[in-house]
Design a protein around this ligand. Structure first.
Ligand code: 5GP
Length: 112
């Protein structure tokens, strides 16, 4: 399935890449909501977090591990937030799972 993020992964649409391995890519969000705002995206297409299966557990671990490692590399040692918007009520707009990583500003709770 060709999603916007599949096109970015396949370099059909440009993005500012931070990281790539055999399972995931990471690139800067086009509309950053914090001084640091990037997305960690699996190469495998999964529509939403609600669609993952037990088989995907290692991949999800890899996404989280990559998110925190890159956050620290990009200067978010003071803290950062990870978010996976899920389906309509969750505010998801691109239906290819991705972890937002935001940092270098004070976050507030609850989110709007
Ligand atoms: P969602 O709303 O699904 O949680 O997150 C989708 C994110 O993808 C949004 O933060 C949006 O700014 C980002 N985005 C949408 N289109 C593009 C694009 O073409 N390039 C990049 N780098 N980010 C995008």
């Amino acid at each position: 399935m060709d999603t916007l993020f599949t096109k970015i992964i396949n370099r059909e649409i440009p993005a500012k890449f931070i990281y790539e391995d055999d399972q995931v890519v990471a690139f800067h969000d086009i509309a950053p909501q914090a001084p640091v705002h990037f997305l960690v995206v699996p190469k495998q297409h999964i529509r939403t977090l609600a669609d993952v299966t037990e088989q995907d557990i290692p991949l999800l671990g890899h996404i989280v591990f990559t998110a925190q490692r890159l956050a620290k590399e990009l200067g978010c040692e003071e803290g950062f937030r990870v978010v996976m918007n899920t389906n309509e009520d969750g505010g998801q707009t691109v239906y290819h799972i991705h972890m937002h990583v935001l940092g270098q500003r004070q976050m507030h709770w609850p989110p709007g």
